[in-house]
Design a protein around this ligand. Structure first.
Ligand SMILES: Cc1cc2nc3c(=O)[nH]c(=O)nc-3n(C[C@H](O)[C@H](O)[C@H](O)COP(=O)(O)OP(=O)(O)OC[C@H]3O[C@@H](n4cnc5c(N)ncnc54)[C@H](O)[C@@H]3O)c2cc1C
Length: 380
């Protein structure tokens, strides 16, 4: 078979891209290695994403507008989102719904692990493991196959530089842990993560508890074990899961005839590890640039330029925040203290919910700046 575009990977980025392409009348094939894939993920998504992509209510298991941050010394700060909420989804259902939307739009969705991409004529030939799907020809490729992207390797993109390894365990609710069922809890604690954070995310019938750290630096299993002990949970998890999170965009994620989107491109924000929104947004922007490219010969690089223009300030700001405050427990203690400020909470949540840098009045900026300086000096 011959298609205009082959999208490799049927997670949020690939499914959104395939749907967008098919809706524009571009013949599209979407490869997913396993339709029953359970992507290890906290599944926390902002309200802006739910609205933009019309996520059906039944997929959003919880709508949480309260968040608690815990400092290394055990101080808790409670924060509120008056203008929205964090939605909790379960990835196995979420991804499968997104793929069904792509199929409804007209994309051909096939199950097979892509293991080779060869240049051929004006395009490529894509092969799958054991020829589960007979080789497919496509003029252009979108790599959406996650942090360890085979597409990126086959097409010689620059490396995905910074990877965090994250582990998560799922616990069915018991009376002992039900108290966590209606609030997001985040732990800033060097014993739980020396360079990231730990999370407790409530779902409909279970808690997802996890932590992350830079790959190959610390023992993620030992960190997770300590986290569970510190929370005081003695129940046994029904699922352990782990995966890498690429928290730095690749030096380049577009080529002449192919692009990378989502985790494959390294599009997860530092400090908070948020990737679902950027996966879906990059899927949409990438697909739109691909449509312009196929119809009007516009360069695919337009996609990367647009993504960087829109989101580079957010990536930069969060990189600085992580570099400054996640270095040691004194600084983490200061960070949690700053989170107690109402203006900090409002600005943080407004920009999280809709991914817009919300300008604050000068007086507020000066107040937050002074607090940062004070806490940084104290933290040192
Ligand atoms: C433990 C953990 C917790 C997280 N929590 C959150 C969170 O709460 N909120 C948030 O926003 N982000 C979170 N993230 C990040 C988020 O999961 C990712 O950023 C997001 O899944 C990226 O979507 P994607 O479609 O680009 O890639 P993926 O979701 O990784 O999808 C890639 C898809 O490609 C398929 N695939 C891979 N290789 C091939 C191949 N060779 N051929 C065919 N198919 C292939 C895979 O099966 C998969 O379905 C978390 C990550 C981890 C590891």
């Amino acid at each position: 078979m011959r298609y205009d575009v082959a999208v490799i990977g049927g997670g949020p980025s690939g499914a959104v891209a395939a749907a967008e392409l098919a809706r524009a009348g571009v013949s599209t094939v979407l490869f997913e290695r396993n339709f029953d894939n359970v992507k290890p993920c906290g599944g926390a998504i902002p309200l802006g994403l739910i609205e933009e992509f019309n996520i059906p209510a039944e997929l959003v298991e919880k709508k949480l507008s309260r968040m608690r941050a815990r400092s290394p010394k055990g101080r808790f700060i409670e924060m509120r989102m008056p203008n929205g909420y964090v939605g909790m989804v379960r990835r196995e259902k979420f991804d499968s719904w997104l793929r069904s939307e792509a199929e409804k739009a007209g994309a051909v969705v096939v199950e097979g692990l892509v293991n080779a991409i060869q240049p051929s004529g004006n395009g490529f030939v894509i092969s799958t493991l054991n020829n589960k799907v007979p080789p497919v020809e496509a003029l252009r490729i979108i790599g959406a196959d996650g942090a360890n992207s085979k597409t990126a390797d086959e097409l010689h993109f620059p490396a995905n530089e910074l990877k965090v390894i994250a582990m998560q365990q799922r616990f069915k609710y018991t009376p002992a842990i039900r108290k966590f069922s209606d609030i997001v809890e985040i732990w800033f604690d060097g014993e739980v993560s020396p360079d990231f954070y730990g999370w407790i995310f409530p779902k409909a019938d279970h808690l997802a508890i996890g932590t992350g750290t830079e790959d190959n630096k610390y023992n993620i299993k030992a960190l997770q074990k300590r986290f569970i002990q510190k929370i005081g949970i003695t129940d046994t998890p029904y699922l352990d899961e782990a995966a890498k999170i690429p928290m730095k965009p690749r030096k380049s994620f577009t080529a002449e005839k192919s692009i990378l989107i989502g985790d494959a491109a390294g599009l997860v924000t530092p400090a908070n590890g948020e990737g679902i929104f950027f996966a879906m947004r990059s899927g949409k922007l990438g697909a739109r640039a691909m449509i312009e490219h196929l119809k009007k010969n516009a360069p695919l690089k337009n996609y990367e330029d647009e993504f960087r223009q829109l989101y580079a300030p957010i990536f930069f700001g969060l990189e600085v925040l992580q570099a400054v405050y996640y270095r040691n427990d004194r600084l983490r203690e200061s960070f949690v203290a700053i989170c107690a400020d109402d203006d900090v909470q409002r600005i943080t949540f407004d920009s999280y919910l809709y991914k817009k840098m919300v300008p604050a009045p000068w007086s507020t900026q000066m107040k937050i700046f002074s607090k940062n300086i004070y806490h940084l000096i104290k933290g040192r």
